[in-house]
Ligand binder design. Sequence first.
Ligand code: ADP
Length: 376
Amino acid sequence: MKRKRVGVIGGGQLAWMMGEAAHSLGIELIVQTPNQDDPAVSRAADVIFAPLNDAAATAKLATLCDVITFENEFIDLEALRALAGQRVDFRPSLDALSPLLDKYEQRLYLQQIGLSVPQFTSLSPETARQSPSNFPVVLKSRRHGYDGQGTFILKNRQDWENIWKSLQPGDMLVEEFVPFEKELAVIAARNDVGEVVVYPVVETYQENQVCRRVIAPADITVKVKQKVEAIANTLLTQLQFVGVVGIELFLTGDEKVLVNEIAPRTHNSGHYTLDGCNISQFEMQLRAVSDLPLISPTFKSAGTVMINLLGYEYACDDYYSKRIQLSSIERAYVHWYGKTKSRPGRKLGHVTVLLGEDELQQAGQIADKIESIWYC
Ligand code: ADP
């Protein structure tokens, strides 16, 4: 059965981008999101204004759609469990989401299915302040971290002492700092009949733990590419996952691939697929959750570079003239999420530039040019 009305928990830019794909597939999106000015409100057929963890609102959402999917994992899983089975079909299922929502449990699960992860341990509020013996370490909130919020790279004991002055005690994860050679990411999808597709592996660049740019494809060996694809296949199959996942990875100098994080939804590292591939990650998610066949993803050009337009000030500005300037760059596509308020680090939009064969080596310079216009 094809699903014509898809409910989405979360109404940020990911749901907004899914809205365009929905339109072209003839699918209506019904969105659960808290605010009138959330990006996806403008592209939804209907909206339930409620926090994402409001299960009563999700019960109402369920009456308006054929299937419910997610653009955000900040949900109340236990409250949703009470709804599952009562005419509500979640895709991915709540069982598939369950091991992924808490970063510590996610690491345990990945280890259990045989995937390599950085060495890690949990910290309870009681044991939190005991300093590790080796530095650097990475301290992470187990839940609700995003865009580097809740992730702290601590170089020494002094950093460790200092961080606890500003942190609320809570459950945290502490892990080894991985001296990676590259950060990689990949988008993959699976549908209900078990078809799996894996997008090209990309390289991501973070500054202060926030993604600045993505170069697709990553410049890696065939062996590394195959390792990443095998990770994606194992994960989706083990979880019996239906939908799209974003997988973030570390590549070390000796060609080991460690999984850093799984996002059980579309992901910033896959935004390049909108303009750069024959099928975007957003259409892929809708196909996967609506029982449509998946399409094998390929590049439209030799590659792409995607640059996030991050807020750099507190302002209410639509940055119109900068956007016009950016869109005049050859083969550049500007996506503006329509957020009304800017603050430092907030993702306001992104630009994708399609690259010819002879431009792949210049992706970094092209990204520099875009950033010099945006951050000037
Ligand atoms: P978030 O969920 O906020 O995106 P991540 O766990 O993805 O947090 O971390 C954000 C960034 O911090 C990563 O992309 C990477 O650059 C850096 N980072 C996170 N964990 C480690 C680690 N164990 N070793 C080295 N760098 C790390």
